[in-house]
Design a protein around this ligand. Structure first.
Ligand code: SF4
Length: 215
């Protein structure tokens, strides 16, 4: 199947229809909590991050409060999230910068976010799009896999896929499309065994595997 502009538009239409009511899986109340949750989510499930942040933010929910908590106590709080020493070090350094340079606020600026320790392109895009409602597409493992399988945006690197998605999807849908692709990757287009037989996109997917039309 050649994935034409028209097919990409249909893929986007179906994704938007199927996942129109989805929300971010991470629980947060403001851009700072979102930033910490996304840093913690590296190689950890959103469910576990939500349990950890619910506990952590009861004790410390601002950069100042996390600095006061101290490195050792923060490590204990986030231990369940994996890579906790590195994450705690990055969170402390990020909180320090937020306090010293941004008055304790998270900057709504992609380049400034990317300069924070533990914040890469994906995290900065999530904070911009989900935290500040700015048009951005964060490419995580689900977005990368689903975009390549659909050939909605094919690419060898997250950056190439991000750029392809920005071309294929209207700007006003970038942030929403990020969530649609994540939910589709989690629920249907799974990494090891995609559920192509149940997939609403099977008719417009060039890599549909074992697809059986319903009788
Ligand atoms: Fe993924 Fe299969 Fe659906 Fe294509 S048809 S998007 S490979 S689940």
């Amino acid at each position: 199947m050649r994935v034409t502009k028209k097919i990409k538009e249909e893929q986007i239409r179906i994704l938007g229809e199927v996942y129109k009511d989805t929300k971010p899986a991470l629980i947060f109340r403001n851009p700072f909590e979102l930033l910490i949750a996304v840093i913690l989510s590296a190689q950890c499930t959103d469910k576990r991050v939500n349990v950890t942040t619910a506990r952590l933010f009861q004790k410390a929910a601002t950069p100042e409060a996390i600095l006061s908590l101290g490195l050792a106590a923060l490590e204990e709080e986030i231990r369940d999230c994996g890579l906790f020493r590195n994450k705690a070090k990055n969170i402390m350094a990020t909180c320090q910068i937020l306090c010293e340079q941004y008055g304790g606020e998270v900057p709504a600026d992609f380049a400034k976010l990317q300069e924070l320790p533990g914040v890469g392109r994906k995290t900065a895009n999530v904070v911009m799009s989900v935290g500040f409602n700015a048009p951005a597409i964060a490419v995580d493992t689900h977005v990368f896999r689903v975009s390549n399988r659909l050939k909605l945006a094919a690419g060898d690197t997250p950056l190439a896929v991000e750029q392809g998605l920005m071309k294929a999807i209207p700007k006003d849908k970038w942030s929403a499309a990020h969530h649609w692709l994540i939910w589709h990757g989690r629920n249907i287009c799974k990494a090891r065994k995609p559920l192509c037989g149940k997939c609403p996109l099977a008719d417009v997917c060039p890599t549909a595997i074992d697809f059986q039309p319903s009788p």
